[in-house]
Design a protein around this ligand. Structure first.
Ligand code: AMP
Length: 622
């Protein structure tokens, strides 16, 4: 029966420790201790899961559905603090968990964050009578999380959160809130927890990582590590794998350089590389063909969200697949008459929709352009060279293309509560699976030509992928490069918003945004208000009202969840923002709801762009 306090104390210690090795040793020791005390229980798994800042295993699709607004309200109710007190505490730390610690320390004289594990702790019940409660166990936290995920209303969820917070010491409350927000901010990523598991159970870390990748369940991996059954982990469909990403290059020559081994002839590409168009759609992974869950299809976006409901045509079409497969590719708005992709802005109207009526199906048809095969049957293909994966992809698509179809519109009355789960008879409906054309590239001229052709097809540019490369999930490696010529843009996260003027009065329309600093912290880098449509701004404003962390009147800080792509004329050094840089004439290119916050650009990238400028402006001297 492990205590949540143990976890909170370790987290607090780790937040103060800088060294990775020291952190790993401390985590390993704690995991071994929890396992030693209760090897049969779920505690060790929960301990690892929570330390990584995840309330549920990745393979588990449950969500807490508790954002900053709900948690702040619960905190106000439990601490008895006023709104301005919460605002002030939040402003001191920029973190709800840390703010909770301050408020609860004050509201509970005598309650000490350092009370020893195992102690019961005495609290005022609110009516003067002291109440004695046992400390929160990990199992109780897990039970509360399960109830939150299953709760039908916000009120029920709020009561559950209050219930947890009322029983928590200030230190426990601090880490409960951070955990519920999915970010512990203690410099511990899942990969470090995996390493610590390996140390604690004396097994190779690669085996732990492999099992986590196959089953997407850190808690299960801990169990397996101690039981010696890591090798028995099998690929499970229906949890997203990490996407491999590309590094940017700005010219065909630079691309050739990347793919030319040192000392090789400078004119040609000595490392074999495939070239394909870079599509401007939505990156997605399609899971289908599980023989035990006939007809089940899941589509995951790059931020690992299940977006299947937004693309019912693809769900219907892939339901016919009979063999377990995971495709990587791009969802594109598609004009069947000309066999061309629709602009991203058109497809964007479908992103985030939960229900897709026939008009939308008809006006913005979608297809899936496959460019990689990640898993076939139970075999994970990531460690095969691209050349081999491509062969398998081609034969899979060839076999399936005729069957993976669905009609342009459907009789909506046939669509039951469960959605349509039927396969089309062959030859009926539109083909929804396409194979991204790919060929080996020969020279810089060849790339230049391909780039022009791709642009003529309204695609964004070209991608080059080393034929011998493995699929590296979640990595932006050098094995894939993307060539697009537009000025550099940055992917940033909105941290605050200001009310606009004139016709935008009362609407949060000016956004302050941040990149990520070296320690993972968010550092503001600019402010922009132009580039979005009125409808998008209205949507953003409503969202921000819901996700406000701190209301300062004309300005609100918001939960850092909304990713934007911004363009700018140049970058200057500036003391105006925490990053030490400011963007000149920033404008929003688009809302990147497909991009997770973990993938926004870094201050290092800002520095790189800054350094690449011929004139390096400094604010006041520019
Ligand atoms: P970026 O969004 O600029 O980081 O570029 C990487 C994105 O390019 C990926 O997430 C994909 O959505 C997209 N992409 C478009 N076409 C391809 C392709 N043929 N291969 C791989 N990624 C592609």
């Amino acid at each position: 029966m492990a205590l949540f306090l143990k976890l909170a104390e370790l987290a607090e210690q780790l937040a103060g420790d800088a060294g990775r090795l020291k952190k790993r040793a401390a985590i390993a020791e704690a995991i071994a201790a929890v396992h030693g005390a209760a090897s049969e229980s779920e505690d060790t798994g929960l301990f690892a899961l929570y330390l990584a800042g995840t309330p549920f295993a990745e393979a588990d699709s449950r969500k807490l559905n508790a954002g900053g607004a709900l948690l702040s309200k619960a905190l106000l109710a439990v601490s008895g603090a006023t709104d301005p007190e919460l605002t002030a505490a939040y402003r001191r730390h920029g973190d709800l968990g840390a703010a909770a610690f301050d408020l609860l320390e004050h509201s509970r004289p005598g309650s000490s964050s350092g009370s020893r594990p195992g102690e019961t702790h005495v609290r005022e019940s609110g009516h003067g009578a002291p109440r004695v409660e046992a400390r929160l166990t990990l199992e109780e936290v897990a039970a509360a999380f399960a109830a939150m995920a299953a709760a039908g209303t916000t009120a029920i969820r709020a009561r559950l959160v209050e219930g947890l917070l009322r029983r928590a010491s200030p230190l426990e409350a601090k880490y409960l809130l951070k955990l519920m927000l999915g970010d512990m901010r203690i410099g511990v990523k899942q990969s470090l927890v995996e390493e610590a598991i390996a140390v604690a159970a004396s097994v190779p870390v690669e085996e732990v990582r492999h099992a986590v990748m196959l089953e997407a369940d850190l808690a299960a991996a801990v169990k397996r590590a101690f039981a010696g059954t890591l090798a028995e982990a099998r690929m499970r469909l229906f949890h997203p794998l990490g996407f491999m990403l590309a590094s940017p290059v700005t010219s065909p020559e630079e691309a050739v350089e990347r793919f030319t081994e040192k000392g090789a002839e400078s004119a040609g590409v000595s490392v074999e590389a495939f070239l394909e168009d870079k599509y401007d759609g939505m990156r997605a992974q399609v899971h289908c063909g599980d023989p035990e869950q006939h007809g089940r299809v899941a589509i995951y976006s790059r931020n690992r969200e299940d977006v299947t409901a937004s693309f019912p045509e693809l769900e219907e079409a892939f339901a016919s697949v009979q063999q377990p497969l995971i495709f990587d590719g791009e969802i594109l708005g598609w004009e069947f008459a000309t066999a061309r992709a629709l602009p991203f802005a058109v497809l964007a109207q479908r992103i985030g929709r939960k229900r897709v009526p026939n008009e939308v199906r008809q006006q913005i048809p979608v297809v899936f352009m496959a460019f990689d095969l990640m898993c076939a049957n139970e075999e994970l293909l990531l460690e095969l060279p691209l050349r081999e994966r491509r062969n398998r992809l081609e034969s899979a698509v060839e076999r399936l293309v005729e069957a993976v179809r669905s009609p342009l519109t459907i009789d909506e009355r046939t669509r039951g509560a469960q959605g349509v789960m039927f396969a089309e008879p062959e030859g009926v409906g539109m083909e929804r699976l396409m194979l991204s054309p790919s060929r080996l590239v020969e020279s810089a001229d060849d790339i230049e030509r391909a780039y022009a052709e791709a642009r003529a097809r309204s695609n964004e540019g070209v991608m080059l992928k080393a034929a011998a490369s493995f699929y590296q999930p979640g990595r932006r490696g050098l094995a894939w490069v993307k060539l697009k010529r537009e000025l550099a843009t940055l992917d940033v996260v909105v941290t605050g918003a200001e009310f606009g003027h004139g016709k935008r009065a009362g609407i949060l329309s000016d956004y302050t945004f941040a990149v990520r600093g070296e320690g993972g912290e968010l550092l503001n880098v600019g402010k922009a208000y132009s580039g979005l449509t009125d409808a998008e701004i209205a949507g953003m404003s409503a969202w921000m009202m819901e996700h406000t962390l701190e209301d300062q009147g004309y300005f609100r800080t918001v939960e850092p969840l909304m990713v934007l792509e911004v363009a700018f004329n140049n970058i200057m050094r500036s003391s105006r923002h925490a990053s030490g840089f400011a963007l000149r004439f920033p404008r929003i290119i688009r809302i990147r709801s497909d991009k997770p916050v973990s993938e926004i650009d870094t201050v290092e990238r800002v520095e790189e762009i800054y350094q690449s400028q011929v004139d390096k402006p400094v604010e006041g001297h520019a």
